[in-house]
Design a protein around this ligand. Structure first.
Ligand code: FAD
Length: 356
């Protein structure tokens, strides 16, 4: 860590798809690795969130992966676990483009300095930077809604789900209306009795995901963050597409959705006075953006979210968020990386003019 320059022009937090895309564009625009910019990542090894996903998530069931800029994901065995294939691809990408990823470094807080720069406090000491690209994703902030009552059986969030084997022969409630719930149902349905509950009826998108439809969806999420409202996942507005997991779940007959229960009981869940005994509850209820370390910058508006103009925080032009809101998908993360770097070049000037 001591070999790394502690004063940089641009600091990227997070080396998932969004952070690596930003790093690629910083290099392309002439920022010098280590001297001009660094990427700090909390994990021990490459891969971002993909390294932590369930081993049962196979390449065939990933619902559409978009390559990093200027480098295709090599053809993969559809049965290979995504948690091995994607991190391998990221590791090769970091090496090939000589990206200055420093790990493991966890950022604790980002603070404004009197000289107009930012201090980035980490568990490995401080860095100083002129501009920041935050790409910390959502994986570290699983969201669990609160329901009254106490359930004595097993409960877990999708982030801790590791495949269907341990649920064989059990009755399991799967909560959530997104792609993760469908993935879990498509796997559990073969070995367990499943009960699917969602708060609102899931939206099934009929027909193909055309580019036009995709743009309309992104525009809706973008409008929310422009108003400073808390972000929702892209799938919450895309609806569920006809994925491999969806077709499998349909074949297994596990897509008969029940309304949300209103409380937990010792042995299960209950709707009014109807109680259902179950062995486990899997909460596939999504994630929130990991932005707690940005709190000292005071970016949040009265709506509770960070008000955004494109990838830029409306309250601070030095700060960009990529993989956030409308760019929280692998394709969105790529575009956001490029857009953020373009704006930072506009703010700081071209790198040649920056470092002697
Ligand atoms: P991540 O990949 O999460 O990377 C963030 C990085 O930041 C991590 O390496 C983490 O260690 C680091 N970090 C976090 N906090 C700190 C900190 N304080 N200090 C230092 N480092 C930190 N998209 C698709 O296109 N196809 C799919 O099939 C798909 N499936 C998905 C399934 C799930 C369950 C989820 C949650 C998302 C899915 N997405 C999918 C969305 C897509 O995964 C993400 O938008 C994208 O991969 C996230 O990339 P990212 O770089 O923003 O974040």
């Amino acid at each position: 860590y001591s070999a790394t320059n502690r004063e940089v022009d641009v600091l990227v937090i997070g080396a998932g798809q969004a952070g690596l895309s930003a790093a690629y564009h910083l290099r392309r625009r002439g920022f010098a690795p280590y001297r001009g910019f660094v990427v700090l990542d909390a994990d021990d090894a490459p891969g971002g969130a993909w390294a932590h996903r369930s081993p049962s998530l196979r390449m065939a069931t990933v619902h559409g992966f978009h390559d990093l800029p200027d480098s295709e994901l090599p053809p993969a065995d559809p049965d290979a676990p995504a948690r091995e294939v994607v991190p391998g691809y990221f590791a090769a990408y970091e090496a090939r483009h000589a990206l200055p990823v420093v790990r493991p470094v966890r950022v604790r807080a980002v603070r404004p300095r009197p000289d107009g720069r930012l201090t980035v406090e980490t568990d490995r000491g401080d860095w100083t930077t002129r501009a920041l690209i935050n790409a910390t994703g959502t994986w570290t902030r699983p969201f669990l809604p609160h329901y009254p009552g106490h359930f004595a059986g097993r409960q877990l969030h999708y982030a801790d789900y590791r495949g269907p084997e341990e649920f064989a022969g059990q009755r399991v409630v799967v909560v959530g209306g997104g792609a993760s719930a469908i993935q879990v149902l498509s796997e559990l349905g073969a070995v367990a009795e499943t009960v699917w509950v969602t708060r609102t009826p899931p939206v099934f998108h009929e027909g193909p995901f055309t580019a036009e439809y995709g743009r309309a969806v992104v525009a809706r999420v973008e409008e929310r963050v422009r108003q400073g409202l808390p972000v929702r996942s892209v799938v919450s507005v895309t609806g569920l597409g006809p994925s491999v997991a969806y077709r499998r779940a349909e074949e297994l007959g596990v897509l008969d959705r029940q309304p949300m229960f209103d409380r937990l009981t010792e042995h299960g869940v209950a709707w009014g006075d109807r109680e259902l005994a179950v062995d486990a509850i899997v909460w596939a209820t999504g994630f929130r953006s990991e932005t707690t370390h940005l709190a000292p910058l005071g970016l949040r508006g009265p709506g509770g979210g960070i008000r955004m103009e494109g990838t830029r925080a409306a309250a601070d032009p030095r700060v960009h968020l990529v993989g956030y809101g409308p760019s929280a998908s692998t394709i969105g993360a790529n575009r956001a990386g490029r857009a953020a770097v373009n704006e930072i070049v506009g703010l700081l000037g071209a790198p040649a003019a920056l470092t002697p």
